[in-house]
Design a protein around this ligand. Structure first.
Ligand code: ADP
Ligand code: MG
Length: 265
């Protein structure tokens, strides 16, 4: 349990609310009614076997995937979805989609930096071109964020000259640059060599300590136990077990969850 984390979300603002999300790909139902609420300052760890639906849930949250049914609210604003004539769902209002996306910072397993731009240029891209910030202001803020993730010295370097851990820290700075209400991480350390995992987890841990709202898909169980205040174990598109890290890791009710979180050698 991290310092200062609040157990009871009742008095804090909900930042992300997913209500009974269903998502199918063809005949395969990947999410079978998943609900999740992240209040201000929550760090939610999503854990579960490969294929259980963790990435799809994150991608539904920022509408990279559109659920077949269910409600999504970001900062109390419900995303309006329409059913098209062929039965699929789409976002009703593209401006709303842009507004909602600007509240979500996303960090993927593969760092997805622009190869032909320097680290700083990567970081200021969205603030300047999407949010319309003055360039000088975006640069000042970008440099501050690069200091925070320990990459200021590399600000004028191209991504190819960085280690995987440095690239991922740059990607985190880039996601932070839009001043998101919530950060979404999808296995941020899975593509890294083992010796580089720690530096990225440290940055995410610092963000948690600042009280940032985050949803983190991770296979790093020790990290989930220490940093999250709520853990959700997904199995086959449903939430099989959830609760405090103490409960999910210490005394899970589900046998499947128990097997999954059991320390391995
Ligand atoms: P996880 O992140 O927990 O490993 P995913 O959400 O990536 O799981 O995937 C859940 C299931 O959905 C898997 O069976 C996967 O093959 C399937 N899936 C994910 N994305 C697509 C897609 N775009 N088209 C078809 N099937 C998909
Ligand atoms: Mg995944």
């Amino acid at each position: 349990m991290r310092d200062g984390a609040v157990q009871d979300g009742a008095n804090r603002m909900p930042v992300v609310e997913l209500d009974d999300i269903h998502k199918r790909f063809g005949l395969l139902e990947v999410l079978k009614g998943v609900s999740l609420t992240a209040h201000e300052g929550d760090v939610i760890a999503l854990i579960g076997a490969s294929g259980s639906g963790k990435s799809t849930l994150l991608r539904c949250t920022n509408l990279l995937e559109i659920p077949n049914s269910g409600r999504i609210l970001i900062g109390n604003e419900e995303i309006r979805l329409n059913r098209t004539s062929d039965g699929t769902m789409q976002v009703a209002d593209q401006r709303q989609l842009q507004r909602i996306r600007s509240r979500l910072g996303m960090v993927f397993q593969s760092f997805n930096l622009w190869a032909h731009r320097t680290v700083l240029e990567n970081v200021i891209e969205a603030p300047v071109h999407v949010l319309g910030q003055p360039r000088a202001e975006a640069i000042a803020r970008g440099e501050e964020l690069l200091r925070k993730v320990g990459l200021y010295a590399k600000k004028d370097v191209y991504p190819a000259f960085l280690s995987g851990g440095q690239q991922q820290r740059a990607a985190i700075a880039r996601a932070l640059a839009i001043e998101p209400r919530v950060m979404l991480f999808d296995e941020p350390t899975s593509a890294l060599d083992p010796e580089l995992v720690g530096e990225v987890l440290r940055v995410i841990r610092d963000l948690a300590a600042e009280g940032r709202t985050m949803i983190v898909v991770t296979h790093e169980m020790a990290f989930a136990r220490d940093v999250a205040n709520h853990v959700m174990f997904l199995h086959n598109g449903t939430v099989e077990e959830e609760g405090t890290p103490q409960k999910v890791f210490g005394s899970p009710e589900s046998e499947r969850c128990r097997q999954f979180v059991r320390p391995r050698d």
